[in-house]
Design a protein around this ligand. Structure first.
Ligand code: SF4
Length: 469
């Protein structure tokens, strides 16, 4: 696998003190400029496409202009991750050298932003950057990327943030939302804003449903970043952030200043999780993966690939999963009315490319890469028919057609009202007594193939499904 992208933490020092910070310790100084240039020489040998210049705050590095111009000279593209407070001071350099400007927003108000960033000024400088490029779009770097951290401090605020960002939709290329992770540096500071598990998927499903920015949003759930980087720290060490029991540690695999490059690369290749590296990072900057109009494919369009026993063995795009008939995971949710003992069948939109107008379970779809069955069931239930009802798994089975295996989990959810078809996936739906639903399935007209085994199982096990869930 080619190394295309390197994250270079040039410095630990920063003018801010964000609680969630994954940067090196603040006392870490940058290397002398000659050694920085030596490292850039190694990057040239690697024939990289991108270097993510980060820290700490990279604009504090004394010879940052020399570093950036050298990177440009060797032909790599620079993605600059900066907290935006030095933007005006370095605007010319940024517009001369940077291809992806990555700036953070962590709240819809300066106060919310400061709950994790401990600073309100950077909220204003963030919008100063957006306003500048709204007025002068011709000066904008190729990619303008907003980054936000999902934490207890930002939980519940993403739709309000979207409303602020929407007027800038024509200049924002990507909005990447990172679920907070625990990291070896300053874990005590981070503790107050670590979020409760399972709220990320729900809030993001809400967000994707409610904002026109949805096609630009890339989600980075916590588990997608394990062993996903070629990262260089301020000492020239190549490190791989690795999850160990819920804490991420930077595991060193070599040093660009003291070891032969081939050795460092071999160690890294041996250690890395290639799919995570590709999905989490490379995809963002890879133009060939971008959709018409310049937006980037969401990570959520990638699926976990399974072996014959249902174990995850990799990830692939949805297109590749179908083209190569990779086994993958699917959820179906059946909404039930315990009082009338009826089940809710949806009718797929006529605009769907696959089985338009067909009857199916109340909601269903692919389990995205990194998602659990339950997270996917809740997301689909909300995305397709607008329900935020608890779900209960009742059955698993393998569905095979045309040599293509799907591992399916069937859930039930109790509801009688509140259906809403905003996202256009579904046009209609109705409750049917279970006996009648079985008759519809047995007739076999306009029936989604996976509806058949779901209804038959529910009919045979109805005593266990018509209970309050
Ligand atoms: S601005 Fe970035 S480097 Fe500085 S403290 Fe915040 S997260 Fe860390």
């Amino acid at each position: 696998m080619k190394i295309d992208i390197v994250d270079w933490k040039l410095i630990g020092t920063c003018n801010l003190r964000c609680l969630h910070c994954y940067g090196p310790l603040k006392k870490e100084k940058p290397l002398p400029t000659e050694q920085l240039l030596e490292i850039i020489g190694k990057f040239a040998e690697l024939n990289l496409e991108w270097v993510v210049v980060t820290g700490g705050e990279p604009m504090i590095v004394p010879d940052i202009d020399v570093v950036m111009r050298k990177l440009k000279e060797i032909g790599v593209k620079i993605a600059l991750s900066t907290n935006s407070t030095f933007f005006r001071r370095f605007q010319k350099l940024i517009e001369e050298c940077v291809s992806s400007l990555n700036i953070p927003l962590d709240g819809s108000t300066p106060k919310i932003h400061a709950a994790s960033r401990m600073d309100e000024k950077s909220w204003h400088t963030f919008f100063d950057v957006l306003e500048h490029y709204r007025l002068c779009p011709e000066l904008k770097p190729e990619i303008l990327r907003v980054g936000s951290v999902y934490s207890k401090a930002t939980h519940g605020d993403f739709i309000a943030m979207a409303r602020l960002l929407e007027p800038y939709a024509n200049i924002i290329d990507t909005w990447k939302i990172y679920e907070i992770i625990d990291y070896e540096f300053q874990p005590d500071l981070r503790q107050p804003i670590m979020h409760e598990h399972d709220t990320f998927g729900e809030e993001m499903a809400d967000l994707l449903r409610q904002t026109d920015l949805a096609p630009k949003i890339m989600l980075a759930p916590a588990n997608s970043r394990d062993k996903a980087y070629f990262m260089v720290n301020p000492r020239g060490q190549v490190v791989v952030p690795t999850d160990k029991g819920g804490m991420t540690y930077e595991i060193p695999v070599g040093n660009l200043l003291t070891m032969p490059l081939e050795q460092v690369v071999a160690n890294w290749r041996h250690y890395i999780a290639p799919d995570n590296y590709y999905l989490n990072h490379r995809l963002h900057y890879d133009k060939t993966k971008q959709l018409p109009g310049g937006t980037v494919k969401k990570m959520t369009e990638y699926l976990d690939v399974l072996d014959d026993e249902g174990n995850v063995v990799g990830q692939a795009s949805q297109e590749e999963v179908y083209e190569k008939k990779h086994s993958h995971r699917i959820v179906h949710v059946m909404v039930v009315n315990p009082q009338t003992r009826a089940i809710y069948l949806q009718q797929r939109a006529e605009t769907k490319s696959f089985l338009p107008g067909y009857f199916c379970t109340s909601a269903g779809g692919h389990v995205h890469a990194g998602e659990t069955y339950e997270q996917a069931a809740k997301r689909e239930l909300y995305e397709e028919i607008g329900l935020k009802t608890p779900v209960r798994e009742v059955h698993r089975f393998v569905f095979e057609s045309d040599g293509h295996k799907r591992f399916i989990a069937l859930f039930v959810a109790a509801a009688t009202e509140g259906f809403d078809f905003k996202d256009g996936e579904v046009t209609a739906g109705s409750f049917y007594p279970l006996d009648e639903a079985l008759t519809i399935v047995e007739k076999g007209e306009k029936i989604h193939p996976q509806l058949d085994p779901c209804i038959r199982w529910l009919h045979q096990n109805q005593e266990s499904i018509f209970v309050q869930v």
